[in-house]
Design a protein around this ligand. Structure first.
Ligand SMILES: [Zn+2]
Length: 463
């Protein structure tokens, strides 16, 4: 059976082949253009730091990127022209580490896990400019699989959902919060590891998730023999494996064993030069995942809950007042000593991220979105800022959030504004290259060349 990743690639290659044919015959017939956006800042995230002024779209696909004069020349009389008036355009965000379905208003419990709650999360993600989210294994029953199927058929809204199914860990060592109990596979033997992967492959998951730590001594770690068995079984089926990790020693073992992604930085130590070098050498993708632990460092109202930050507008437009008040109260109640200890731990994470970035590691946007009060959309934009604050440039962070994340998730037709890719565009009032906070100044949003009605989308989001 063809895996989801393989199917996505085949589908994308077929599209690319069609497009290549169109380019070959372009001398005779330019690909159709029906929308152009001109006179702005078009951040292509194409691997060459291209910044253009304008972009042309035909159907769902980007046809050309260039100067306003070049793009206007492609527009016939019946082509829709949008004057960007200095606004910026970038690819929509791709978020590789989310947990939908648990938060509903001020509650965070297992009983919230319904189709309605998950769709609310996906709609809010889209409202914040995120076009794809990869769920990371805290997935009960068929809810997410069904949503994925309906989205593929074009009958459901929201950010596109990719699934991991049930993640895999040692007994009692899976995801921590009470709301997650009993969801992960709990394995003790290599045969159980293989059986779990077989089941997941049969469900056509997009990625396999494992938890590899002892949960602060609460449980046994997933042993190297067991995670190697998971990785081997998954790779045989063309599935990638990514790992929740805490300890430096576990990360070393996982990288040596051929893990595809680490969805956290190690948290007991600063990453050693040797580990960083191995991560780069073996092409392991890494989530910074800074924004969730960063919350514990904050005492008093954080900047993003004040009116000078564009985040507050996005939140007040899409989150119920009671829920916002509950989120704000946590910061006011935190005692300074606890926060100071958290800041020390957090500084270690920042140093590891700076090292990884300087070494050229493949960093991708992942924020543990959907853990309590770390809402869809909010988490991602906070993560981008946290990565910049840790020493990455805004341009590097945009790569992590778009083209590199698309590469990690095998979405060959997304992540960059270049001819042939899908026209998923985020239009911003100001350039995120000047200030990463500008990713929150969302003006308009296009998915596959179609403008999303953000007012209608907002009305659909419940709490
Ligand atoms: Zn997670």
């Amino acid at each position: 059976m063809m895996s989801a990743a393989r199917r996505r690639q085949v589908r994308t290659r077929a599209l690319c082949a069609v497009f290549a044919l169109a380019v070959v015959t372009a001398a005779a017939a330019q690909p159709r253009v029906d929308l152009v956006l001109v006179d702005g800042t078009v951040i292509a995230v194409d691997g060459r730091d291209t910044v253009a002024q304008a972009i042309a779209i035909g159907g769902a696909t980007i046809v050309a990127v260039g100067t306003s004069a070049e793009i206007r020349a492609l527009a016939g009389a019946d082509v829709r022209v949008i004057d960007l008036a200095g606004k910026s355009v970038m690819p929509t965000l791709i978020s590789t580490h989310v947990h939908p379905g648990f938060q509903k208003g001020v509650t965070y419990v297992a009983a919230n896990y319904t189709r309605e709650t998950v769709m609310n999360d996906l709609d809010r993600a889209l409202y914040f400019g995120i076009s794809v989210v990869q769920s990371q294994g805290i997935e009960r029953g068929d809810v997410l699989y069904r949503i994925r199927t309906e989205q593929a058929a074009g009958t459901l809204s929201g950010a596109q959902l990719l699934v991991a199914g049930r993640g895999i860990g040692a007994p009692n060592a899976g995801p921590g919060a009470a709301a997650y109990a009993g969801i992960a596979y709990e394995i003790n033997a290599e045969a159980e590891a293989r059986r779990a992967v077989e089941e997941l492959a049969a469900r056509d998951v997009d990625i396999v998730k494992i938890w590899v730590d002892d949960r602060n001594g609460r449980a046994a770690s997933l042993s190297p023999a067991l995670y190697r068995a998971v990785i081997a079984a998954a790779h045989e089926r063309d599935l990638r494996v990514n790992a929740h990790v805490f300890y430096h020693a576990d990360a070393e073992g996982l990288v040596a064993a051929g893990i595809d992604g680490l969805v956290h930085l190690v948290r007991d130590l600063e990453m050693s030069d040797a580990l960083v070098a191995d991560i780069v050498e073996r092409n392991v993708y890494v989530n910074a995942n800074l924004s969730s632990p960063r919350r514990a460092t904050q005492v008093g109202t954080p900047p993003w809950l004040t009116s000078t930050d564009p985040m507050l507008r996005l939140l007040t437009e899409s989150v119920a007042p009671g829920e916002l008040a509950k989120m704000a109260a946590v910061f006011l109640q935190r005692d300074p000593q606890t926060a100071a200890a958290a800041r020390e731990r957090y500084a270690t994470l920042e140093r590891s991220l700076a090292k990884l970035s300087a070494a050229g590691a493949k960093l991708v946007l992942g924020a543990d979105t959907g853990v309590e009060d770390h809402l869809f959309g909010l988490a991602e934009h906070l993560e981008l800022q946290a990565m910049v604050d840790a020493g990455m440039t805004p341009a590097q962070v945009l790569v992590a959030a778009t083209s590199r994340a698309a590469e990690y998730l095998d979405l060959d037709d997304r992540g960059s504004l270049v001819p042939g890719k899908r026209a998923d565009l985020l239009v911003l009032d100001a350039s995120p290259l000047d200030d990463i906070v500008n990713t929150r100044r969302i003006s308009r949003l296009f998915i596959a060349g179609v403008e999303i009605d953000r007012v209608a989308l907002r009305a659909q989001i419940k709490d």
